[in-house]
Design a protein around this ligand. Structure first.
Ligand SMILES: [Cu+2]
Length: 432
């Protein structure tokens, strides 16, 4: 392996915020071309997938499983009008690679709006994967409006608490965690004390030599807090994992490949099968990224993971649905300019309007007279859900694009609120 390539693609965390953006971008460029990542004794090594017999050998033998993420069935906006077709393409890619995965992990956002028909469609397509079993953890899109009840009934039978669980396969201990429920205003993803306590008990019986794979929807490392890409209490979980010699953390949510190694813990986030999102900080907000149609499938994909017993290593191969078209870079570009949604009328039907644009409430603080009407209008391509931070008004349902929620506030005072899907989004209403 070219030592220069190794140096370029190893990402170490030296910054206080846990981000090495330069390293990320290099990793992403590699991932788009298909790269083989090998974790050995806490060191992540990579090489481009060349299609040579050496690659085939690396994928042969041992435990082989796959990760699919963020299928968002039900999404139909410009960034990808047919997410069912691209999920199907991911299934075909998996079925076509000559080796059956022992099982598949789906790391959440199965659906766009938690609609039964969306879950049904996803199930239909995923049923086509030639594998023994599919294990799920929920994304925030899968628990809309019912705190995950429907998700649990469909995918969480025999799990604990809000849907966490563990299982063993080929000497590897797998732990599925839930970090999209009971989120706090201004915060990130959250595991909660009950789940962390369960994790402690779950790991207690395993010797440090057991390879551990943890999977959850929102990254369990701080990728980009401004966009909510992290988990508030992940450190408590990671503290329990540090004594193990080999820990691999698989996440979704951010719709792009990023990785980091910290001691014996290797973090890896997967591509989406639905749409890409901008690289951290390159756009006003996260959300579906529209790219040239010819490029879309090169930015979507899945991950295959191989573990060789006794070698103490997991190899992760990111597999885009298609190669990048010639002359086009594989890494996600900066977000395209959008029309500003914020410049609409301030009053609609007698209600004062709060516009939701690029994951922000505009204005962030709205003053209304006693008994005044307030209306939120969602201008984003993603759903948002308005919740009173102190339970003083009824939450909205999930607001899709252009949906509105109207409320009349009788009591004078300050009403802080937030989006329960993206708790970084906060605002307040002052009733005078
Ligand atoms: Cu939101």
């Amino acid at each position: 392996m070219d030592p220069e390539i190794m140096t370029d693609t190893i990402v170490h965390d030296h910054g206080e915020d846990g981000i090495d953006r330069r390293g990320f971008l290099k990793c992403m460029a590699w991932a788009g071309t298909g790269a083989l990542w090998v974790m050995q004794s806490g060191v992540l090594r990579s090489m481009p997938l060349t299609g040579t017999p050496g690659d085939a050998a690396a994928l042969k033998g041992g435990l082989f499983f796959a990760q699919i993420s963020d299928s968002h069935i039900g999404f139909s906006k410009e960034a990808n009008p047919d997410v069912t077709a691209t999920l199907q393409a991911a299934v075909d890619r998996l079925n076509g690679q000559g080796r059956r995965p022992a099982f598949v992990l789906h790391t959440g956002d199965i659906s766009q709006l938690s609609k039964p028909t969306e879950f049904d469609t996803a199930d239909q397509v995923i049923k086509g994967i030639r594998t023994e079993r599919v294990f799920y953890v929920p994304g925030e899109h899968d628990v809309l409006g019912d705190n995950g009840k429907q998700y649990l009934a469909r995918y969480g039978r025999k799990t604990r608490g809000d849907g966490w669980y563990s299982f063993d396969h080929s000497g590897v201990h797998f732990v599925g965690l839930v970090n999209v429920l009971n989120l706090k205003p201004g915060g990130l993803g959250s595991l909660g004390a009950e789940q962390v306590a369960w994790l402690k008990r779950d790991l207690a019986g395993h010797p440090a030599s057991t390879p551990i794979v943890v999977f959850a929807h929102v990254p369990l490392w701080t990728v980009y807090p401004d966009w909510g890409w992290g988990t508030d209490d992940s450190e408590q979980a990671l503290a329990l994992l540090r004594r193990f010699g080999s820990v691999t953390v698989l996440n979704g949510h951010i719709h792009q490949v990023m990785q980091k190694v910290e001691g014996n813990v290797a973090f890896h986030t997967a591509l989406s099968t639905a749409f890409p999102q901008p690289a951290p900080g390159t756009a006003p907000s996260p959300g579906p990224l529209k790219v040239e149609p010819a490029r879309l499938r090169s930015l979507l994909g899945l991950a295959s993971v191989t573990y060789h017993q006794g070698q103490h290593s997991l190899a992760i191969v990111d597999q885009p649905l298609a190669p990048a078209p010639a002359g086009m870079a594989a890494a996600a570009p900066a977000g395209a300019q959008r029309d500003s949604f914020a410049a609409g009328p301030a009053v609609v039907g007698g209600a004062r309007v709060i516009r939701i644009d690029n994951f922000s409430f505009l204005p962030p603080e709205l003053h209304v007279p006693k008994g005044g009407k307030v209306m939120w209008i969602n201008g984003d391509d993603v759903p948002h859900l308005i919740v009173s931070a102190d339970q003083r008004f009824r939450p909205s349902s999930a607001l899709d694009t252009n949906d509105q929620y109207t409320l009349t506030l009788e009591q004078p005072g300050t009403y802080p609120y937030f989006c329960s899907l993206h708790p970084k989004m906060t605002g307040r209403i002052v009733v005078e």
